[in-house]
Design a protein around this ligand. Structure first.
Ligand code: PLP
Length: 392
């Protein structure tokens, strides 16, 4: 049964046009490491300090993965055990905060993540959450962060998000954090690949603690990491295990190491540059046709379409794109959205996945743009020639 479902899913991934900004396609070697015998091993603890025997080879894997993460992101300490981005964030908070402490973070509808303190998340229930948003241009409201930091005296300021398309000014937020003696954390889950390739400022230069997923632009296995300076290393490790997790997923740690090896190669730089170029090109084509963007554009692997001037909801647009053209996107709330999360007034679009397909070029992107225009603006049905050949 499962074998046939795997085949069906592979076909779906090969033939649909996946523009979900948080997804990517791993290499055969990453996939191989995930499916390796390391899945059979228990390894509670850390290298040379395990609570299970038989970990001499596992220790080499974890040490190697940590060394590569440190080399890739130029940081002093790396913990590669978090099972996911959410658990990385949970552990990062636990390392530096006490229940009831105040976190100042970006709200969900401004592009932040659930784990940054939404009321339904664990963080929202354990900590006191104050949230910042966007200014009139759709840019992070840095002046608002400063004001809120001064008035609420948070213990932690969080930057980073799931649907923000511009480069974040880490230096500015870090200065604000210092001025109120708060820790500064960056969740680089979305743009970690851009950081690794040198196309986005490295948050490790500015933040006390950096969390990430490894499966978005970084193009690795599903999982999380935490990076920090040596002085927070012990607290971070303790928070991951035994704080929020039990045994690490050693097969995933092995796959993270393969992903870091790949991200250190010049070919990864080329891939990320192509992701950014493709995203910018598609975004520009849509803007030229009159489609509105939050932040008025993009500097990253994603952009957020603003549908408020149209008669369409995000839910309708995403359904139509899939039904008519096989294009898969997320409906996404926009800042101060009047619609619910089920309907939304936004569509999040990313090019990390499709850029793995070497046949995706400007002509292909123009056909994709025409599909969006048909669905959002009601223009006549596009002539689909290339898409059928490229995604078959
Ligand atoms: C910014 C950010 N942080 C954390 C996460 C959570 O990652 P995971 O789904 O691996 O728990 C996400 C996932 O979408 C994210 O976008």
């Amino acid at each position: 049964m499962i074998q046939s479902l795997i085949k069906r899913e592979q076909k779906r991934q090969d033939t649909k046009i996946n523009m979900i900004a948080s997804e990517n396609m791993v290499s055969k070697n990453v996939l191989k490491a995930m499916g390796s015998c390391f899945t059979n091993k228990y390894a509670e603890g850390y290298p040379s300090a395990r609570y299970y025997a038989g970990n001499e080879i596992v220790d080499c894997v974890e040490e190697y993965a940590c060394d590569l993460a440190k080399k890739l992101f130029l940081c002093e300490h790396a913990n590669v055990q978090p099972h996911s981005g959410s658990q990385a964030n949970q552990a990062a908070y636990m390392a530096i905060l006490k229940p009831g402490d105040t976190i100042l973070s970006m709200s969900l509808d401004a592009g932040g993540h659930l784990t940054h303190g939404a009321s339904v998340s664990q963080a929202g229930q354990i900590y006191k959450i104050v949230q910042y948003g966007l200014d009139a241009n759709g840019v992070i409201d840095y002046a608002g962060i400063e004001k809120l930091a001064k008035s609420t005296k948070p213990k932690l300021i969080v930057a980073g998000g799931s649907a923000y398309s511009l480069v974040i000014d880490f230096e500015r937020i870090s200065k604000i954090a210092k001025s109120v003696e708060a820790y500064f954390m960056v969740d680089m889950a979305h743009f970690a690949g851009l950081v690794a390739a040198g196309f986005y400022p490295n948050p490790c230069k500015f933040a006390d603690i950096v969390t990430s997923t490894t499966h978005k632009t970084l193009r690795g296995p599903r999982g999380g990491i935490i990076l920090c300076r040596e002085e927070l290393a012990k607290a971070v490790d303790k928070a991951v295990f035994p704080g929020v997790q039990g045994g690490p997923l050693v097969h995933i740690i092995a796959a993270k190491a393969v992903c870091f090896e790949e991200a250190l190669q010049p070919t990864f730089k080329t891939y990320i540059k192509n992701v950014i170029d493709n995203t910018a090109y598609l975004c520009k084509k849509l803007q030229e046709s009159g489609i509105k963007m939050i932040c008025n554009g993009t500097q990253t692997h994603l952009f957020l379409i603003d549908l408020t001037d149209t008669d369409k909801t995000g839910a309708q647009v995403s359904q139509d794109l899939e039904d008519k053209f096989g294009i898969i996107v997320n409906k996404n709330k926009i800042f101060n959205d009047k619609r619910s999360a089920k309907e939304t007034s936004g569509i999040r679009v990313g090019c990390a996945f499709i850029t793995n397909n070497k046949k995706v070029d400007k002509n292909v992107l123009e056909e994709i743009a025409d599909c969006f225009k048909t669905v959002i603006l009601g223009t006549s049905a596009p002539k689909i020639k290339l898409l059928k050949k490229v995604f078959k």
